[in-house]
Design a protein around this ligand. Structure first.
Ligand SMILES: [Zn+2]
Length: 332
């Protein structure tokens, strides 16, 4: 099942934020799929289960939530920091307030709608084996603040709510975005019930690296760092890493895959350029993941995460066409 509604897309340009994420990559994937599978419909966002403040507070600190839902100035401060809109000299960076057409409340509402979509999609996967939300994947958000263009951590919020509902006990977060999935390991450092895996470029992230004691250096359960020029080893090391994870925590009740397309060679984000997989290698990655979980009967829920520039939609589309040919894009 595909979860998607254009109202959930965060169109950064409408807020005056200038980052090279193409605002319509998700709608492009959806309309291409709809052509092949005419039964696909937009998710009815009036009917989905909504994430609540209590769900957020299972993951994020009360202080952070009080600021995010506090005064307009507090919210703006959190957003400036998360999207890195002000530099060390106090000047705006990648942000032009003159182009801002929507206020920060709307940005927060849209982010929370995305979290609700991740939750509903994952709940669907739990019952039906597979789902893909064309959005989400806010894998840099920490317990105490948003970070790296990720305001809150949709994957952990989703899994903690499913645990609170008593429908799952254990889970994996498998993060194949080119940047290290650093939010979940920080949030989950004292929580043995959710294990994290991240395969990412060995160098280049976190940016402005600072001290190794910074929370973004907290390791995942299994980390696989791929160095420049090691693309030909990617698939074998992905497999070895997942087998390690399985040995530590076999048979999770569900996996959320943070399915970033930014290891792609035609990705346009400068900080994503240390791994350059071809389109075929990206397909190999996604097919491998799908079959790895399917053969073990682990329900799999995907979120889009990073994918920048004019071509990233191709990566999501080729995978979902493959899933469709394997008949998992069923009608409800
Ligand atoms: Zn990324």
């Amino acid at each position: 099942m595909i979860f998607y509604h254009p109202d959930c897309d965060l169109r950064f340009s409408e807020y005056g934020i200038e980052i090279p994420i193409v605002d319509d990559r998700a709608s492009h994937v959806f309309s291409s799929l709809k052509y092949l599978y005419p039964f696909l419909e937009y998710t009815d966002t009036t009917k989905i289960i909504r994430i609540t403040r209590a769900d957020l507070e299972r993951v994020h600190t009360k202080d952070f939530m009080n600021r995010l839902f506090g005064s307009a100035a507090e919210r703006q401060g959190e957003i400036y920091q998360c999207y890195e809109l002000v530099n060390d000299q106090g000047n705006f960076e990648r942000f032009n307030p003159k182009n801002q057409k929507r206020d920060w409340n709307e940005l927060l509402e849209t982010v929370l709608l995305q979290v609700s979509m991740t939750f509903n999609s994952t709940k669907y996967a739990l019952d039906h084996g597979f789902s893909y939300y064309l959005g989400g994947g806010m894998h840099h958000a920490m317990s105490f603040a948003g970070r790296g263009f990720c305001l809150v951590n949709d994957a952990v919020i989703t899994l903690r709510r499913l645990q609170a509902e008593g429908v799952i006990k254990t889970a994996w977060i498998v993060d194949v975005d080119v940047h290290k999935g650093d939010g979940a390991p920080e949030i989950l450092k004292d929580d043995p019930s959710i294990k994290t895996f991240s395969i990412h470029m060995k160098e280049g992230w976190p940016l402005n690296s600072g001290s190794l004691r910074d929370p973004w250096f907290i390791p995942s359960t299994v980390d696989v760092g791929i160095d420049y020029g090691e693309e030909d080893q990617y698939l074998a090391r992905l497999e070895a890493g997942l087998l390690d994870l399985e040995e530590i925590c076999p048979n999770p009740d569900i996996v959320i895959v943070v399915n970033g397309a930014d290891p792609y060679e035609f990705d346009e984000l400068p900080s994503a350029s240390f791994i350059n997989l071809t389109k075929e290698q990206m397909m190999g990655r996604d097919k491998f993941l799908y079959q790895f979980f399917k053969s073990r009967n682990i329900p799999q829920s995907y979120v889009m995460a990073g994918g920048y520039g004019q071509k990233s939609w191709e990566i999501y589309l080729q995978f979902l066409k493959y899933v469709g040919e394997n008949s998992a894009l069923s009608q409800k």
